[in-house]
Ligand binder design. Structure first.
Ligand code: PMM
Length: 265
């Protein structure tokens, strides 16, 4: 899954792809580089980020979703808003990627059920503005696993087809670096829930901090793609179904290597 943030404030590529044409071009380039899905988002979820209005979010994402779908790209809409999800599905998005797992907007579970598309439920505790105040766990892997299991039950109760749910441990969302590494180590416990699992580690600061601890220099966000590709190889080996990444080519190669390692060329 290639990341297409159509926001002016996303920490990794927001400034570069604000205009519709360049956003679409970047989406097409990711598709050519081997992305099976392009994930279009119009609201930054970086720690401390403020919310944008629904109107602004729609204005950012809809033209981009529409153009990519018309070009034959499989599009996912990265939103916590039911209205944005429904509008994006209306113009052809076939995946709803909700970082709140249906918690931020009470209308989302029903909207996901009605849309009848794949729904990514990520582990989430609070809006980005103050999510890091909630990074406290007894056992992060078991706590996240239990929360995702409860979310899945609530989504199914609202009418979402369980076979369309994808789970995501939500790296960096109300988690510190140690929590993120523990979740990657314990990924099999999330996979055990019986649904495909998506991992979103791309360019996140915990990767930068690992590099800094080993080499003494903190890489900038755009310098973390090799670190990301290493996570992709390990996540694929551990059984993840999908990785959400900014640099598609390096992660595609990592997936190819992991598959060949397991005799699936
Ligand atoms: N991370 C971000 C945004 N959307 N969606 C899912 N499913 N999982 C994630 O880990 C995730 C996400 C934040 O990263 P960005 O600002 O680089 O897009």
């Amino acid at each position: 899954m290639g990341v297409l943030n159509v926001t002016p404030d996303s920490f990794s590529d927001g400034h570069k792809y604000l205009a519709v044409d360049s956003a679409v071009e970047h989406g097409l380039a990711m598709s050519r580089s081997g992305a099976d899905i392009v994930d279009v988002g119009g609201e930054s979820t970086r720690p401390g980020a403020d919310r944008v209005s629904e109107r602004e979010e729609l204005a950012r994402v809809l033209p981009v979703v529409r153009a990519l779908v018309e070009s034959g790209v499989r599009v996912s809409i990265d939103t916590t808003r039911a209205g944005v999800a429904a509008a994006a599905v209306g113009v052809g998005a076939t995946v709803i990627n909700d970082v709140s797992g249906g918690l931020a907007d009470p209308r989302m579970p029903r909207a996901a059920a009605e849309a009848g598309v794949t729904y990514v439920a990520m582990h989430w505790r609070a809006p980005s503005r103050h999510m890091q105040d909630h990074a406290v766990y007894a056992d992060v892997v078991e706590d996240v696993r239990a929360a995702l299991s409860r979310r899945m039950d609530a989504l199914v109760d609202a009418g979402v087809d369980q076979a369309r749910i994808v789970l995501d441990p939500g790296l960096g969302f109300a988690k510190d670096a140690a929590h993120n590494w523990a979740l990657l180590r314990g990924l099999h416990r999330i996979i055990d829930l019986g649904r495909p699992v998506l991992v979103g580690a791309s360019r996140k600061s915990f990767l930068g901090r690992a590099a800094a601890a080993s080499e003494g220099v903190l890489p900038e966000a755009h310098e973390r793609d090799r670190l990301t590709a290493a996570v992709t190889a390990l996540a694929a080996d551990a059984g993840a179904a999908c990785v959400r990444v900014h640099d598609v080519r390096s992660s595609r190669d990592a997936v190819t290597v992991a598959a060949a390692w397991h005799g699936r060329t």
